[in-house]
Design a protein around this ligand. Structure first.
Ligand SMILES: [Zn+2]
Length: 77
């Protein structure tokens, strides 16, 4: 069993065995599973955000509510 941090937006996973640091550690899930010969039964997923999605998400949060789209509930101010 291996604990894997997965981005909940793009589903890339964090490879803590990767020698490169930073964004290079975020891998496409299929690639990662193949590299370590894992199946979904072998991993425990912890959800987070990869740096790219985190940046997008922060940009999204910085938008005024009326520009975030209809999914935003009203009256949360
Ligand atoms: Zn992501």
């Amino acid at each position: 069993m291996r604990l894997v941090v997965m981005c909940c937006l793009c589903e890339n996973v964090y490879d803590d065995m990767e020698k490169e640091v930073g964004n290079a550690r975020w891998k496409e899930q299929g690639w990662f599973m193949a590299k370590y010969q894992l199946t979904r039964a072998d991993i425990r997923v912890s959800h987070g955000y990869c740096p790219d999605c985190l940046r997008c998400y922060r940009t999204f949060l910085a938008l005024p509510p009326e520009r975030r789209g209809a999914s935003q509930k009203e009256g949360l101010s």
